[in-house]
Design a protein around this ligand. Structure first.
Ligand code: ADE
Length: 266
């Protein structure tokens, strides 16, 4: 998996790409990340990357030409990318399904915006898609680019040691993860759920699936894709939903959280 990042802050990428799972992928030779300094693609003495907005208004706008030259340079030296992603709060919100799609593309360019924005011709003529990592405004696209690289790289075979932890992820099916525990079994009076100590693999599996469904209903009911639940999860979903509507105080509107559900123990 090849990534090319275009930024005015290349040093922002050093530590995040030098540690952890992404660094392991780079070391193993299955992930290749090149960070390009946008200022290298200016032609003036002062290496200016921004200018005042046409039509007036506050702030500066990033000029189009350095981005175009940067992407041309990437094409010539690193090959034709499958997608050119522009990070921006105006983009489509990134979901795990997008991460999976991007991981299948093989070569991504990520353009990081700064200041008040980028000249819109970059979005229109250079980028193939515009992605937001959430409904909040960052001071620039660098952190968003790192989020994309991290989420995509960990899906590349050979990056995460035990592929089961990627494959079994319930998020992919619209469910949050189940809770995890390790030793000690009791600590400051906080006990690990009994079932996990029982050694009954069937019961443990069932408890985990039910917890995943329960947590999703309690925290992110919007995520649940009922059609993708298997019959066992569907039965758990129906039972938990029925229970919640019969005991929880009534809330206005749909999607109200299931009160206290996160502390429930069977
Ligand atoms: N740049 C600024 N805010 C952003 C966001 N939420 N997602 C992606 N890029 C951004």
């Amino acid at each position: 998996m090849k990534f090319d990042i275009v930024t005015i802050f290349p040093r922002m990428f050093e530590a995040p790409l030098g540690e952890g799972v992404v660094a392991r992928g780079i070391e193993a030779g299955v992930v290749d990340v090149a960070v390009h300094d946008l200022r290298e693609f200016t032609t003036d003495r002062h290496r200016v990357v921004d200018d005042v907005p046409y039509g007036g208004g506050p702030g500066m706008v990033m000029k189009p030409e350095p981005f175009v030259r940067a992407v041309d340079h990437i094409r010539a030296t690193r090959g034709e990318p499958a997608a050119v992603v522009l990070t921006s709060p105006q983009g489509r919100r990134l979901m795990q399904a997008d991460v999976e799609r991007l991981a299948g593309l093989g070569h991504l360019v990520v353009l990081c915006g700064r200041y008040e924005g980028i000249d819109d011709r970059v979005r229109e003529h250079v980028a193939t898609e515009e992605i937001s990592i959430g409904d909040y405004v960052l001071s620039g696209g660098e952190l968003a680019a790192l989020v994309i690289v991290d989420a995509v790289a960990r899906l590349v075979p050979g990056v995460v040691g035990d592929t089961r932890s990627v494959e079994a992820e319930s998020f992919t099916r619209g469910l949050l993860d189940y809770p995890h525990f390790t030793r000690p079994a009791a600590f400051q009076g906080w006990a690990v759920p009994e079932v996990l100590l029982s050694g009954h693999h069937g019961e443990i599996e069932r408890w985990r699936r039910r917890e995943a469904v329960r947590r999703t209903l309690a925290h992110r009911p919007d995520l649940v894709d009922v059609a993708r639940l298997d019959p066992v999860e569907r039965a758990m979903y129906d039972e938990l939903k029925e229970r919640a509507t019969s005991v929880a105080p009534k809330h206005e509107g749909a999607g109200a959280p299931i009160e206290g559900a996160d502390h429930e123990r069977d």
